[in-house]
Write a protein that binds this ligand. Structure first.
Ligand code: CA
Length: 219
């Protein structure tokens, strides 16, 4: 899952980026309206968190242009308490939800999960593969029914693999799923996460495809 945060207030941005990364999402940051439009043009985002009062281009205009160009990712507006008109304009322009600043980070994460769940069209999206299950909403992984405590990056790695269990992922593809821009990614970072994930879920669960990357074992 890859998110875009559009927010010009650096302090709010750092807080949201940190919270969403801890929750296991890759998230990028655009700090003005033009940067947001450029980023959204990539079409890689599953969810957008959008401030409205932005330098260079207003958030409502960004949203209007995004929807007109066919952009379909859910959008949560982050807005000030007194800006009722803005909120209404935002919803009319195609936002899916809004949060009033200052907002609770757990609530933001919960609303994000709800929208992402709706987007994947599954009411209760629990992935099962062999003896493993992964529940994105509850952030839970089990093996033979026993819960496994995974750290966020291990969780995100397993989620990427289990969502497309027959696909072989390259390291670059996994890096893109696990990290936002500007995050330091060492050359062996994915190997390290694979190693620690294998220790927790069983070494045989993640298969190395030599010269290509990784996939889940067949079952
Ligand atoms: Ca602002």
């Amino acid at each position: 899952m890859r998110l875009l945060l559009v927010e010009d207030d650096e302090m709010i941005a750092e807080t949201v980026l940190g919270a969403m990364r801890r929750a296991g999402y890759a998230i990028d940051w655009a700090e003005d309206g033009r940067a947001a439009e450029l980023s959204l043009g990539n079409g890689v985002y599953d969810l957008v968190l959008l401030d409205l009062g932005l330098p260079k281009k207003d958030g409502i205009d960004v949203l209007n242009a995004y929807r007109k160009s066919g952009g379909a990712a859910p959008v949560i507006i982050l807005t000030a308490r007194d800006a009722v008109d803005e909120r209404i304009r935002g919803l009319d322009a195609g936002a899916d939800d809004y949060l009033i600043k200052p907002f609770d980070l757990d609530e933001l994460a919960a609303r994000a999960r709800a929208l992402l769940r709706r987007r994947t069209g599954q009411k209760q999206p629990v992935y099962a593969h062999g003896e493993l299950t992964l529940d994105p909403a509850a952030h839970e992984v089990t093996r033979d029914g026993a819960p496994l405590p995974l750290v966020p990056r291990e969780f995100a790695l397993l989620q990427a693999l289990i969502e497309e269990p027959t696909r072989v992922f390259t390291k670059a593809e996994l890096e893109e799923k696990l990290y936002g821009w500007g995050e330091e990614v060492g050359s062996n970072t994915i190997e390290v996460h694979v190693h620690s994930l294998r220790r927790k879920i069983g070494a045989e669960q993640v298969v190395t495809v030599r010269g290509v990357g990784y996939r889940l074992k067949r079952c």
